[in-house]
Design a protein around this ligand. Structure first.
Ligand code: FMN
Ligand code: FE2
Ligand code: FE2
Length: 385
């Protein structure tokens, strides 16, 4: 790709992965993604911020060759391979380049890439002069690994943030913030940042002291209105009042309960989103959980336990720790069910209150559905709607 100038002496040198459809074998990428790096050319030295995914190495190297770039510093903001994976190749071409990262980042680079080299540890607040340009490093641990930092280009007010504020979008208009960008950024937040929401909050307040004109993350488009994403992150870390129903059904009995609960909640003016977790990628469900306060788990019984699609979804919920405060269990069984106790085990990481379960033998009768209505009333009550 040809580099794109984003400010005086600052170039986007990212690689765009148009066809990639999953990340980490976990995150669905309906719109592909990009691995962004940036070349900053000062009057006395040049720095490259991050690199790219190993499979895209040739593309990055070609771009840098076209630019006839001389690289003195490689700033590694985060050691995960989608950003650092090409540093070994870069060091073959630019053997004199110094690699800068936080102390945990440098340790990771040695362990994950098995490279030894010209490393320099960066401390919080430290600056690096490129002559007429100055980079200031701010350590922002746990967004989303222990090693992460952001880099502020003082003269231009550009904040390079790596995964922080990223979104998985492949676009040729890297400098235009797409209209529906926040939906993708939210899906990204749900998978990558949500488990560390407290650290996200403290890092947000740390960087809010900087005067930022543009945010340049390492996935997706450059964000020309920083307050858009900063405000969205502030909202996402504070949770919300949504109701999410995670369900699936084999023969339709559980679905009858889910439909009744959805209708009743809508009648009560409670915002609700049912998601059949066996039919959607997990992103749909996780994105909704970012601002959910009530999770309803609705599952048929399979070999005494919740359906495996539900168990798998709950495994993720337990790991990603959404801001849910209440959980209710619904479901259908044929002869005996342990789904309620199993759901509690699967969600053992969450500090939640359980509402009364509605478990029904076979297809629900009207009296069973009245218990569903009662659950809806209860949800309205606890949620303060
Ligand atoms: C593969 C399979 C395993 C099942 N295992 C159990 C079980 O261990 N205990 C039970 O009570 N019902 C079991 N059932 C019966 C279902 O839970 C029951 O048919 C229920 O009503 C299905 O709900 P659904 O219509 O929402 O799929 C099993 C059904 C299937 C297809
Ligand atoms: Fe990462
Ligand atoms: Fe990443």
């Amino acid at each position: 790709m040809t580099a794109k100038r984003i400010a005086e002496g600052v170039y986007y040198t990212g690689t765009i992965d148009w066809d990639r459809r999953t990340f980490d074998e976990l995150v669905a990428l309906p719109r592909g993604t990009s691995y962004n790096s940036y070349l900053i050319s000062g009057s006395s030295a040049t720095a490259l911020i991050d690199s790219t995914e190993p499979s895209m190495a040739d593309e990055l190297l070609r771009t840098l060759e076209e630019m006839d770039a001389e690289i003195n510093y490689i700033v590694s903001q985060h050691a995960e391979q989608d950003h650092s994976g090409t540093i070994p190749e870069l060091l073959e071409i630019y053997p004199e380049a110094e690699v800068l990262g936080t102390p945990p980042c440098i340790e990771f680079l040695e362990e994950l890439l098995r490279i030894k080299g010209n490393f320099r540890e960066v401390r919080d607040g430290e600056t690096l002069s490129l002559g007429d340009k100055t980079l200031r490093f701010t350590v922002t641990p746990w967004v989303h690994w222990p090693d992460t930092m952001v880099t502020y280009l003082e003269e231009e007010g550009i904040l390079f943030t790596c995964d922080f504020f990223g979104s998985h979008i492949a676009t040729s208009e890297i400098m235009e913030t797409p209209e529906d960008f926040l939906r993708e950024a939210k899906r990204y937040y749900a998978h990558i940042m949500m488990p560390f929401s407290q650290m996200v909050t403290s890092n947000l307040s740390k960087i809010s002291k900087l005067e930022v004109s543009m945010i340049a993350p390492s996935h997706g488009p450059v964000i020309s209105e920083p307050e858009l994403i900063m405000d969205a992150y502030a909202a996402w870390t504070s949770g919300g009042d949504g109701v999410v129903i995670a369900y699936t059904t084999m023969h339709g009995s559980t679905r009858v309960m889910v439909e009744r609960l959805t209708e009743k909640l809508m009648e009560l003016d409670v915002g609700v989103r049912p998601v059949n977790v066996a039919e959607h990628d997990t992103g749909e469900f996780l994105t909704e959980l970012v601002d959910a306060s009530v999770l309803v788990v609705a599952s048929p019984t399979v070999l005494t336990r919740p359906h495996p699609a539900i168990a798998s979804a709950l495994y993720l919920v337990n790991a990603l720790k959404p801001p849910v405060k209440y959980v209710a269990v619904m479901g259908s069984y044929g002869w005996g069910s342990l789904i309620e106790s199993e759901v509690r085990k699967l969600l053992s990481n969450l500090n939640v209150e359980y509402l009364e379960s509605v478990l029904v033998k076979g297809l629900p009768l009207e009296e069973d559905l009245q218990r569903v209505d009662e659950l809806a009333m209860k949800i309205k009550g606890v949620n303060g709607w």
